[in-house]
Write a protein of this length. Sequence first.
Length: 99
Amino acid sequence: MSVSTHILDTELGEPGAGIKVGLFRGKALISLQETDEDGRIQDLCEGSLLDPGEYRLVFYADRGFFDKVEVTIAVPDPDEHLHVPLLLSSYSCVIYRGS
């Protein structure tokens, strides 16, 4: 199981580079990484396998109104890849399940 993300700054129309993203199971931090120049993190699990269950992604946006954005995701199948993009501006955010 791997989890990836992509952040797009929709206000500026460019990738959300340099934004920290944490992956948690309960209160335990599994990984804390920063998006690359294309706004991507290819593997939030850093090569580890995730067990089925609930995990939290925390996007430390620090952009305008949003200090951080959190979403809880369900991992039903440890062999499945999940992509969780974030569209972000000073006034709105959208998280969706990507492909």
